[in-house]
Write a protein that binds this ligand. Structure first.
Ligand code: NAD
Length: 469
Protein backbone atom coordinates (compact mmCIF):
# COMPACT_ATOMS: atom_id res chain seq x y z
CA UNK A 1 0.00 0.00 0.00
CA UNK A 2 3.04 2.29 0.37
CA UNK A 3 3.02 3.71 -3.14
CA UNK A 4 -0.74 3.65 -3.39
CA UNK A 5 -2.28 6.88 -4.69
CA UNK A 6 -6.01 7.42 -4.13
CA UNK A 7 -6.03 10.13 -6.82
CA UNK A 8 -4.36 7.78 -9.34
CA UNK A 9 -6.90 5.17 -8.34
CA UNK A 10 -9.79 7.53 -9.21
CA UNK A 11 -8.07 8.36 -12.51
CA UNK A 12 -7.74 4.66 -13.32
CA UNK A 13 -11.53 4.46 -13.29
CA UNK A 14 -11.72 7.68 -15.34
CA UNK A 15 -9.36 6.09 -17.86
CA UNK A 16 -11.50 2.94 -18.04
CA UNK A 17 -14.67 5.01 -18.55
CA UNK A 18 -12.92 7.08 -21.24
CA UNK A 19 -12.65 3.87 -23.27
CA UNK A 20 -16.43 4.04 -23.77
CA UNK A 21 -16.42 7.72 -24.77
CA UNK A 22 -14.92 9.49 -27.73
CA UNK A 23 -13.34 12.48 -26.01
CA UNK A 24 -10.39 14.40 -27.46
CA UNK A 25 -7.24 13.71 -25.40
CA UNK A 26 -6.94 17.37 -24.33
CA UNK A 27 -10.47 17.39 -22.97
CA UNK A 28 -9.88 14.12 -21.13
CA UNK A 29 -6.69 15.54 -19.57
CA UNK A 30 -8.59 18.65 -18.51
CA UNK A 31 -11.33 16.55 -16.91
CA UNK A 32 -8.79 14.45 -14.98
CA UNK A 33 -6.59 17.17 -13.50
CA UNK A 34 -7.16 19.27 -10.39
CA UNK A 35 -7.54 22.92 -11.47
CA UNK A 36 -6.23 24.50 -8.25
CA UNK A 37 -4.40 23.02 -5.28
CA UNK A 38 -3.89 25.15 -2.16
CA UNK A 39 -1.71 23.81 0.62
CA UNK A 40 -1.33 25.93 3.75
CA UNK A 41 0.35 25.81 7.15
CA UNK A 42 -0.83 28.10 9.91
CA UNK A 43 -0.06 28.47 13.61
CA UNK A 44 -2.64 28.00 16.35
CA UNK A 45 -2.18 28.81 20.03
CA UNK A 46 -3.31 25.87 22.16
CA UNK A 47 -5.04 26.08 25.55
CA UNK A 48 -1.72 25.28 27.29
CA UNK A 49 -0.05 28.32 25.70
CA UNK A 50 2.01 26.33 23.18
CA UNK A 51 1.77 26.93 19.44
CA UNK A 52 1.16 24.23 16.87
CA UNK A 53 1.55 24.54 13.10
CA UNK A 54 -1.43 22.99 11.32
CA UNK A 55 -1.22 21.51 7.82
CA UNK A 56 -4.32 22.04 5.68
CA UNK A 57 -5.57 21.89 2.08
CA UNK A 58 -8.30 23.00 -0.26
CA UNK A 59 -8.39 21.51 -3.73
CA UNK A 60 -10.67 22.62 -6.55
CA UNK A 61 -10.79 19.78 -9.01
CA UNK A 62 -13.03 21.09 -11.76
CA UNK A 63 -14.11 24.59 -12.70
CA UNK A 64 -16.43 23.43 -15.48
CA UNK A 65 -19.21 24.75 -13.26
CA UNK A 66 -19.01 27.29 -10.45
CA UNK A 67 -19.15 27.37 -7.53
CA UNK A 68 -17.13 24.28 -6.77
CA UNK A 69 -18.40 22.23 -3.85
CA UNK A 70 -17.00 19.69 -1.42
CA UNK A 71 -16.68 18.85 2.25
CA UNK A 72 -13.95 19.63 4.73
CA UNK A 73 -12.32 16.68 6.42
CA UNK A 74 -10.51 16.71 9.76
CA UNK A 75 -8.33 13.62 10.00
CA UNK A 76 -4.72 12.55 10.49
CA UNK A 77 -4.93 10.72 7.16
CA UNK A 78 -5.33 14.02 5.28
CA UNK A 79 -2.66 14.62 2.64
CA UNK A 80 -2.53 16.23 -0.78
CA UNK A 81 -3.21 13.00 -2.65
CA UNK A 82 -6.28 12.22 -0.56
CA UNK A 83 -7.77 15.72 -0.90
CA UNK A 84 -7.17 15.69 -4.66
CA UNK A 85 -8.90 12.33 -5.03
CA UNK A 86 -11.86 13.40 -2.91
CA UNK A 87 -12.15 16.68 -4.86
CA UNK A 88 -12.18 14.72 -8.12
CA UNK A 89 -14.89 12.40 -6.79
CA UNK A 90 -16.94 15.50 -5.96
CA UNK A 91 -16.82 16.69 -9.59
CA UNK A 92 -18.07 13.33 -10.84
CA UNK A 93 -20.64 13.08 -8.05
CA UNK A 94 -22.15 16.52 -8.74
CA UNK A 95 -22.29 15.84 -12.48
CA UNK A 96 -23.84 12.40 -11.93
CA UNK A 97 -26.74 13.69 -9.81
CA UNK A 98 -27.17 16.91 -11.82
CA UNK A 99 -26.04 19.25 -9.07
CA UNK A 100 -24.68 22.22 -11.06
CA UNK A 101 -21.34 22.56 -9.24
CA UNK A 102 -17.70 21.72 -9.90
CA UNK A 103 -15.89 19.50 -7.40
CA UNK A 104 -13.65 20.49 -4.47
CA UNK A 105 -12.50 19.17 -1.12
CA UNK A 106 -10.80 20.52 1.98
CA UNK A 107 -8.69 18.75 4.56
CA UNK A 108 -7.09 19.67 7.87
CA UNK A 109 -4.53 17.22 9.19
CA UNK A 110 -5.57 16.91 12.83
CA UNK A 111 -6.92 14.28 15.21
CA UNK A 112 -10.04 16.03 16.51
CA UNK A 113 -9.98 13.95 19.71
CA UNK A 114 -6.77 15.71 20.80
CA UNK A 115 -8.22 19.25 20.85
CA UNK A 116 -10.63 21.12 23.08
CA UNK A 117 -13.70 22.74 21.54
CA UNK A 118 -12.10 26.19 21.71
CA UNK A 119 -8.94 24.90 20.00
CA UNK A 120 -11.06 23.34 17.24
CA UNK A 121 -12.88 26.64 16.85
CA UNK A 122 -9.57 28.52 16.51
CA UNK A 123 -8.32 26.01 13.93
CA UNK A 124 -11.57 26.23 11.93
CA UNK A 125 -11.71 30.02 11.98
CA UNK A 126 -8.05 30.36 10.99
CA UNK A 127 -8.48 27.80 8.20
CA UNK A 128 -11.47 29.84 6.92
CA UNK A 129 -9.39 33.03 6.98
CA UNK A 130 -6.72 31.30 4.90
CA UNK A 131 -9.41 30.23 2.41
CA UNK A 132 -10.79 33.79 2.21
CA UNK A 133 -7.30 35.21 1.60
CA UNK A 134 -6.97 33.17 -1.61
CA UNK A 135 -10.60 33.23 -2.80
CA UNK A 136 -11.04 29.57 -1.94
CA UNK A 137 -14.41 30.21 -0.32
CA UNK A 138 -17.43 32.27 -1.43
CA UNK A 139 -21.05 31.60 -2.45
CA UNK A 140 -20.11 32.08 -6.10
CA UNK A 141 -16.76 30.30 -6.18
CA UNK A 142 -16.24 27.60 -3.58
CA UNK A 143 -18.77 26.34 -1.05
CA UNK A 144 -17.52 23.83 1.58
CA UNK A 145 -19.66 21.41 3.59
CA UNK A 146 -19.15 18.83 6.39
CA UNK A 147 -17.19 15.64 5.90
CA UNK A 148 -15.38 13.14 8.12
CA UNK A 149 -14.59 14.82 11.46
CA UNK A 150 -16.67 17.97 10.88
CA UNK A 151 -20.34 18.85 11.24
CA UNK A 152 -22.84 21.69 11.70
CA UNK A 153 -20.76 23.23 14.51
CA UNK A 154 -17.70 23.71 12.28
CA UNK A 155 -19.89 24.97 9.41
CA UNK A 156 -21.35 27.61 11.77
CA UNK A 157 -17.82 28.81 12.67
CA UNK A 158 -16.95 28.98 8.97
CA UNK A 159 -20.15 30.90 8.07
CA UNK A 160 -19.59 33.31 10.94
CA UNK A 161 -15.94 33.95 10.03
CA UNK A 162 -16.77 34.44 6.37
CA UNK A 163 -19.71 36.78 6.97
CA UNK A 164 -17.83 38.86 9.52
CA UNK A 165 -15.02 39.35 7.00
CA UNK A 166 -17.46 40.08 4.13
CA UNK A 167 -19.88 42.49 5.71
CA UNK A 168 -22.52 43.73 3.33
CA UNK A 169 -22.38 40.59 1.19
CA UNK A 170 -26.07 39.73 0.93
CA UNK A 171 -25.49 36.05 0.20
CA UNK A 172 -22.64 35.55 2.67
CA UNK A 173 -24.33 32.61 4.45
CA UNK A 174 -24.39 30.68 1.17
CA UNK A 175 -20.57 30.40 1.49
CA UNK A 176 -20.93 27.03 3.26
CA UNK A 177 -23.63 24.36 3.62
CA UNK A 178 -24.44 21.91 6.38
CA UNK A 179 -25.02 24.84 8.76
CA UNK A 180 -27.32 24.57 11.80
CA UNK A 181 -30.98 25.38 11.03
CA UNK A 182 -30.69 28.45 13.28
CA UNK A 183 -28.01 29.79 10.92
CA UNK A 184 -30.13 29.23 7.79
CA UNK A 185 -29.16 25.63 7.29
CA UNK A 186 -31.79 23.33 5.79
CA UNK A 187 -33.92 20.67 7.42
CA UNK A 188 -32.76 17.20 6.43
CA UNK A 189 -29.11 18.10 5.64
CA UNK A 190 -27.60 16.32 8.66
CA UNK A 191 -29.19 13.02 7.72
CA UNK A 192 -29.11 13.59 3.93
CA UNK A 193 -26.13 11.39 3.02
CA UNK A 194 -27.44 8.44 5.05
CA UNK A 195 -30.95 8.93 3.70
CA UNK A 196 -29.51 9.00 0.17
CA UNK A 197 -27.61 5.77 0.92
CA UNK A 198 -30.92 4.23 1.95
CA UNK A 199 -32.72 5.40 -1.22
CA UNK A 200 -29.84 4.15 -3.37
CA UNK A 201 -29.70 0.69 -1.78
CA UNK A 202 -33.50 0.38 -1.77
CA UNK A 203 -33.66 1.25 -5.48
CA UNK A 204 -30.89 -1.25 -6.29
CA UNK A 205 -32.46 -4.16 -4.39
CA UNK A 206 -35.83 -3.50 -6.01
CA UNK A 207 -34.48 -4.54 -9.44
CA UNK A 208 -35.73 -8.13 -9.67
CA UNK A 209 -33.38 -9.35 -12.43
CA UNK A 210 -30.32 -8.11 -10.52
CA UNK A 211 -31.41 -9.72 -7.26
CA UNK A 212 -32.10 -13.01 -9.04
CA UNK A 213 -28.62 -13.04 -10.54
CA UNK A 214 -27.14 -12.35 -7.09
CA UNK A 215 -29.24 -15.13 -5.53
CA UNK A 216 -31.23 -12.65 -3.43
CA UNK A 217 -34.93 -11.88 -3.23
CA UNK A 218 -36.03 -8.42 -4.40
CA UNK A 219 -36.74 -5.76 -1.77
CA UNK A 220 -35.06 -4.52 1.38
CA UNK A 221 -37.20 -6.57 3.78
CA UNK A 222 -35.06 -9.02 5.74
CA UNK A 223 -31.74 -8.15 4.04
CA UNK A 224 -28.87 -8.68 6.51
CA UNK A 225 -26.60 -5.65 6.57
CA UNK A 226 -23.22 -4.92 8.18
CA UNK A 227 -22.19 -1.27 8.56
CA UNK A 228 -18.67 0.05 9.14
CA UNK A 229 -18.59 3.41 10.96
CA UNK A 230 -21.46 4.71 13.10
CA UNK A 231 -20.79 8.40 12.44
CA UNK A 232 -23.02 10.75 10.51
CA UNK A 233 -23.28 8.69 7.33
CA UNK A 234 -23.19 5.24 8.97
CA UNK A 235 -25.72 6.03 11.67
CA UNK A 236 -28.36 7.52 9.38
CA UNK A 237 -27.81 4.85 6.71
CA UNK A 238 -28.26 2.12 9.34
CA UNK A 239 -31.29 3.85 10.86
CA UNK A 240 -33.20 4.27 7.58
CA UNK A 241 -32.21 0.84 6.27
CA UNK A 242 -33.52 -0.72 9.50
CA UNK A 243 -36.73 1.33 9.29
CA UNK A 244 -37.04 0.12 5.68
CA UNK A 245 -37.13 -3.52 6.84
CA UNK A 246 -33.46 -4.57 6.72
CA UNK A 247 -31.74 -6.30 9.66
CA UNK A 248 -28.52 -4.64 10.85
CA UNK A 249 -26.47 -7.63 12.02
CA UNK A 250 -23.10 -5.97 12.53
CA UNK A 251 -21.60 -2.55 13.24
CA UNK A 252 -17.86 -1.85 13.14
CA UNK A 253 -16.29 1.15 14.87
CA UNK A 254 -12.62 2.17 15.06
CA UNK A 255 -12.22 0.64 18.53
CA UNK A 256 -14.15 -2.59 17.98
CA UNK A 257 -17.30 -3.99 16.46
CA UNK A 258 -20.44 -5.86 17.47
CA UNK A 259 -22.36 -8.65 15.75
CA UNK A 260 -25.73 -10.26 16.36
CA UNK A 261 -27.31 -12.36 13.57
CA UNK A 262 -30.75 -11.57 15.05
CA UNK A 263 -30.24 -7.87 14.52
CA UNK A 264 -29.04 -4.84 16.50
CA UNK A 265 -31.20 -1.90 17.47
CA UNK A 266 -29.42 0.95 15.68
CA UNK A 267 -30.86 3.67 17.91
CA UNK A 268 -29.80 1.87 21.10
CA UNK A 269 -26.29 1.20 19.78
CA UNK A 270 -25.95 4.83 18.74
CA UNK A 271 -27.04 6.01 22.20
CA UNK A 272 -24.46 3.65 23.73
CA UNK A 273 -21.78 5.21 21.52
CA UNK A 274 -22.87 8.73 22.49
CA UNK A 275 -22.88 7.91 26.21
CA UNK A 276 -19.80 5.65 26.53
CA UNK A 277 -17.76 6.50 23.44
CA UNK A 278 -17.87 2.83 22.42
CA UNK A 279 -20.44 0.43 20.97
CA UNK A 280 -18.89 -2.62 22.64
CA UNK A 281 -20.74 -4.79 25.20
CA UNK A 282 -24.15 -4.18 23.62
CA UNK A 283 -26.73 -6.63 25.00
CA UNK A 284 -26.18 -10.16 23.60
CA UNK A 285 -24.07 -9.05 20.65
CA UNK A 286 -20.63 -10.58 20.15
CA UNK A 287 -17.73 -8.13 20.57
CA UNK A 288 -15.16 -8.13 17.77
CA UNK A 289 -11.93 -6.54 18.96
CA UNK A 290 -10.42 -6.12 15.49
CA UNK A 291 -13.47 -4.58 13.84
CA UNK A 292 -12.17 -4.85 10.26
CA UNK A 293 -12.86 -8.60 10.55
CA UNK A 294 -16.57 -7.77 10.43
CA UNK A 295 -16.22 -6.88 6.76
CA UNK A 296 -15.74 -10.60 6.09
CA UNK A 297 -18.75 -11.77 8.13
CA UNK A 298 -21.72 -13.38 6.41
CA UNK A 299 -24.35 -10.81 5.29
CA UNK A 300 -26.28 -9.72 2.19
CA UNK A 301 -25.14 -6.09 2.04
CA UNK A 302 -21.94 -4.55 3.36
CA UNK A 303 -21.95 -0.78 3.90
CA UNK A 304 -18.50 0.71 4.58
CA UNK A 305 -19.31 4.20 5.95
CA UNK A 306 -16.06 5.23 7.65
CA UNK A 307 -12.92 5.80 5.57
CA UNK A 308 -11.20 4.85 2.33
CA UNK A 309 -9.17 1.69 1.58
CA UNK A 310 -11.09 -0.59 3.91
CA UNK A 311 -11.63 -3.40 1.40
CA UNK A 312 -8.29 -4.24 -0.18
CA UNK A 313 -6.80 -7.12 -2.16
CA UNK A 314 -6.11 -8.77 1.23
CA UNK A 315 -9.62 -8.96 2.65
CA UNK A 316 -11.68 -8.81 -0.59
CA UNK A 317 -11.47 -12.59 -1.18
CA UNK A 318 -13.08 -13.15 2.23
CA UNK A 319 -16.01 -10.77 1.72
CA UNK A 320 -19.28 -12.74 1.83
CA UNK A 321 -21.78 -9.96 1.09
CA UNK A 322 -23.50 -9.93 -2.32
CA UNK A 323 -23.78 -6.15 -2.50
CA UNK A 324 -21.30 -3.51 -1.33
CA UNK A 325 -22.87 -0.11 -0.71
CA UNK A 326 -20.01 2.37 -0.71
CA UNK A 327 -21.35 4.97 1.71
CA UNK A 328 -17.82 6.24 2.48
CA UNK A 329 -15.59 7.70 -0.21
CA UNK A 330 -13.16 5.22 -1.74
CA UNK A 331 -13.64 2.30 0.70
CA UNK A 332 -12.79 -0.31 -1.97
CA UNK A 333 -9.41 -0.21 -3.77
CA UNK A 334 -9.25 -0.90 -7.52
CA UNK A 335 -7.61 -4.30 -6.95
CA UNK A 336 -10.28 -5.23 -4.43
CA UNK A 337 -13.03 -4.03 -6.78
CA UNK A 338 -11.67 -6.34 -9.50
CA UNK A 339 -11.65 -9.29 -7.09
CA UNK A 340 -15.22 -8.54 -5.96
CA UNK A 341 -16.33 -8.08 -9.55
CA UNK A 342 -14.94 -11.52 -10.45
CA UNK A 343 -16.80 -13.00 -7.51
CA UNK A 344 -19.98 -11.58 -9.09
CA UNK A 345 -20.69 -8.97 -6.40
CA UNK A 346 -22.57 -5.79 -7.15
CA UNK A 347 -20.85 -2.58 -6.00
CA UNK A 348 -22.92 0.58 -5.56
CA UNK A 349 -20.17 3.15 -6.14
CA UNK A 350 -19.35 5.88 -3.63
CA UNK A 351 -19.89 8.90 -5.78
CA UNK A 352 -23.37 7.70 -6.61
CA UNK A 353 -24.39 6.25 -3.25
CA UNK A 354 -23.23 9.07 -0.98
CA UNK A 355 -24.43 11.88 -3.28
CA UNK A 356 -27.35 12.66 -0.94
CA UNK A 357 -25.23 15.07 1.10
CA UNK A 358 -24.24 17.27 -1.81
CA UNK A 359 -27.75 17.11 -3.25
CA UNK A 360 -29.27 18.55 -0.08
CA UNK A 361 -26.34 20.97 0.24
CA UNK A 362 -27.38 22.25 -3.18
CA UNK A 363 -30.92 22.75 -1.84
CA UNK A 364 -29.47 24.64 1.16
CA UNK A 365 -27.43 26.90 -1.14
CA UNK A 366 -30.57 27.61 -3.19
CA UNK A 367 -32.49 28.39 0.01
CA UNK A 368 -29.73 30.81 1.12
CA UNK A 369 -29.65 32.58 -2.25
CA UNK A 370 -33.44 32.91 -2.35
CA UNK A 371 -33.60 33.95 1.33
CA UNK A 372 -36.77 31.95 1.87
CA UNK A 373 -37.40 28.45 3.20
CA UNK A 374 -38.89 25.85 0.85
CA UNK A 375 -42.63 25.55 1.41
CA UNK A 376 -43.02 28.92 3.08
CA UNK A 377 -44.90 30.52 0.19
CA UNK A 378 -47.14 27.63 -0.88
CA UNK A 379 -47.67 25.25 2.08
CA UNK A 380 -50.81 26.98 3.37
CA UNK A 381 -52.20 27.49 -0.17
CA UNK A 382 -51.67 23.80 -0.94
CA UNK A 383 -53.48 22.88 2.28
CA UNK A 384 -56.46 25.10 1.45
CA UNK A 385 -56.73 23.62 -2.06
CA UNK A 386 -56.50 20.07 -0.70
CA UNK A 387 -59.06 20.85 1.98
CA UNK A 388 -61.60 22.05 -0.59
CA UNK A 389 -60.92 19.00 -2.75
CA UNK A 390 -61.46 16.61 0.19
CA UNK A 391 -64.64 18.47 1.21
CA UNK A 392 -65.99 18.17 -2.35
CA UNK A 393 -65.14 14.44 -2.41
CA UNK A 394 -66.89 13.90 0.91
CA UNK A 395 -69.97 15.72 -0.36
CA UNK A 396 -70.11 13.78 -3.64
CA UNK A 397 -69.54 10.36 -2.05
CA UNK A 398 -71.51 11.05 1.11
CA UNK A 399 -68.62 9.45 3.03
CA UNK A 400 -66.85 11.31 5.84
CA UNK A 401 -63.11 10.72 6.30
CA UNK A 402 -61.64 10.25 9.78
CA UNK A 403 -59.68 13.21 11.20
CA UNK A 404 -56.40 11.32 10.70
CA UNK A 405 -57.22 10.48 7.07
CA UNK A 406 -58.26 14.06 6.40
CA UNK A 407 -55.22 15.69 7.95
CA UNK A 408 -52.82 13.39 6.08
CA UNK A 409 -54.58 14.21 2.77
CA UNK A 410 -54.76 17.96 3.18
CA UNK A 411 -51.27 18.52 4.56
CA UNK A 412 -49.17 20.92 2.48
CA UNK A 413 -45.49 20.18 1.88
CA UNK A 414 -43.06 21.83 4.33
CA UNK A 415 -39.29 22.19 3.92
CA UNK A 416 -38.41 18.69 5.10
CA UNK A 417 -40.99 17.08 2.75
CA UNK A 418 -39.67 19.01 -0.23
CA UNK A 419 -36.04 18.24 0.63
CA UNK A 420 -36.68 14.52 1.10
CA UNK A 421 -38.74 14.23 -2.04
CA UNK A 422 -36.09 16.08 -4.08
CA UNK A 423 -33.45 13.76 -2.63
CA UNK A 424 -35.44 10.59 -3.34
CA UNK A 425 -36.12 11.70 -6.91
CA UNK A 426 -32.43 12.51 -7.44
CA UNK A 427 -31.15 9.19 -6.06
CA UNK A 428 -33.69 7.07 -7.95
CA UNK A 429 -33.22 8.87 -11.28
CA UNK A 430 -29.44 8.68 -11.08
CA UNK A 431 -29.65 4.94 -10.35
CA UNK A 432 -31.87 4.25 -13.36
CA UNK A 433 -29.49 6.32 -15.54
CA UNK A 434 -26.35 4.44 -14.52
CA UNK A 435 -28.11 1.07 -14.58
CA UNK A 436 -29.20 1.78 -18.17
CA UNK A 437 -25.64 2.78 -19.17
CA UNK A 438 -24.26 -0.35 -17.51
CA UNK A 439 -26.65 -2.50 -19.57
CA UNK A 440 -26.41 -0.71 -22.92
CA UNK A 441 -22.64 -0.18 -22.88
CA UNK A 442 -22.01 -3.53 -21.17
CA UNK A 443 -19.62 -1.94 -18.68
CA UNK A 444 -20.09 -4.80 -16.23
CA UNK A 445 -19.95 -2.34 -13.36
CA UNK A 446 -22.05 0.51 -12.05
CA UNK A 447 -18.89 2.44 -11.18
CA UNK A 448 -17.70 2.68 -14.77
CA UNK A 449 -21.27 3.47 -15.87
CA UNK A 450 -21.35 6.28 -13.27
CA UNK A 451 -18.05 7.70 -14.51
CA UNK A 452 -19.32 7.57 -18.11
CA UNK A 453 -22.49 9.45 -17.18
CA UNK A 454 -20.60 12.08 -15.15
CA UNK A 455 -17.78 12.55 -17.68
CA UNK A 456 -20.24 13.01 -20.54
CA UNK A 457 -21.89 15.83 -18.62
CA UNK A 458 -18.60 17.51 -17.65
CA UNK A 459 -17.37 17.27 -21.25
CA UNK A 460 -20.63 18.80 -22.50
CA UNK A 461 -20.21 21.72 -20.06
CA UNK A 462 -16.64 22.41 -21.28
CA UNK A 463 -17.66 22.17 -24.93
CA UNK A 464 -20.65 24.46 -24.35
CA UNK A 465 -18.28 27.11 -23.00
CA UNK A 466 -16.28 26.91 -26.19
CA UNK A 467 -13.15 25.64 -24.43
CA UNK A 468 -13.00 22.46 -26.50
CA UNK A 469 -14.40 21.77 -29.97
P1 NAD B 1 -17.97 10.92 10.82
O1 NAD B 1 -16.74 11.51 11.37
O2 NAD B 1 -19.29 11.47 11.24
O3 NAD B 1 -18.04 9.35 11.12
C1 NAD B 1 -17.05 8.42 10.83
C2 NAD B 1 -17.23 7.24 11.76
O4 NAD B 1 -16.33 6.21 11.39
C3 NAD B 1 -16.93 7.61 13.22
O5 NAD B 1 -17.95 7.10 14.05
C4 NAD B 1 -15.58 6.93 13.46
O6 NAD B 1 -15.39 6.56 14.82
C5 NAD B 1 -15.71 5.71 12.56
N1 NAD B 1 -14.43 5.11 12.22
C6 NAD B 1 -13.23 5.71 12.03
N2 NAD B 1 -12.28 4.81 11.70
C7 NAD B 1 -12.90 3.62 11.68
C8 NAD B 1 -12.46 2.30 11.42
N3 NAD B 1 -11.19 2.03 11.12
N4 NAD B 1 -13.36 1.29 11.49
C9 NAD B 1 -14.66 1.54 11.80
N5 NAD B 1 -15.13 2.78 12.06
C10 NAD B 1 -14.27 3.80 12.00
O7 NAD B 1 -17.78 10.98 9.23
P2 NAD B 1 -18.91 10.93 8.11
O8 NAD B 1 -19.30 12.33 7.78
O9 NAD B 1 -19.94 9.93 8.51
O10 NAD B 1 -18.07 10.39 6.87
C11 NAD B 1 -17.85 9.00 6.66
C12 NAD B 1 -17.49 8.76 5.20
O11 NAD B 1 -18.56 9.22 4.37
C13 NAD B 1 -16.25 9.49 4.71
O12 NAD B 1 -15.62 8.69 3.73
C14 NAD B 1 -16.81 10.73 4.06
O13 NAD B 1 -15.94 11.26 3.08
C15 NAD B 1 -18.06 10.16 3.43
N6 NAD B 1 -19.09 11.16 3.12
C16 NAD B 1 -19.62 11.96 4.09
C17 NAD B 1 -20.63 12.86 3.75
C18 NAD B 1 -21.33 13.70 4.80
O14 NAD B 1 -22.32 14.35 4.43
N7 NAD B 1 -20.92 13.69 6.05
C19 NAD B 1 -21.05 12.97 2.43
C20 NAD B 1 -20.49 12.13 1.47
C21 NAD B 1 -19.50 11.23 1.83
Amino acid sequence: MENYSFFDNVNKFVGQAAGYLELPQGLLDQIKQCNSVYQMNFPVKLDNGNYEVIEAYRVQHSHHRLPVKGGIRYSMAVNEDEVKALAALMSYKCALVDVPFGGAKGGVRIDTRKYSESELEKITRRYTTELIRKNFISPAQDVPAPDYGTGAREMAWIADTYSSMNTGELNALACVTGKPISLHGIRGRTEATGRGVFYGIRTAVDVTEDMESLGLTPGLEGKRIIIQGLGNVGYYSAKYLQEGGAIITGIAEYNGGIYDPNGLDVEEVYQLKQEKGSILDYKNAKNIQNSIELLEYDCDILVPAALENQITAENAPGVKAKIIGEAANGPVTTEAANILQEKGLRILPDFYLNAGGVTVSYFEWLKNLSHVAFGRMDKRYEELTNRSMVAAMEEITGHQLSDTQRSSLVRGAGEIDIVNSGLEETMMNAYYTIWEIMKTKETGSLRIASFISAMEKIATAYVARGIFP
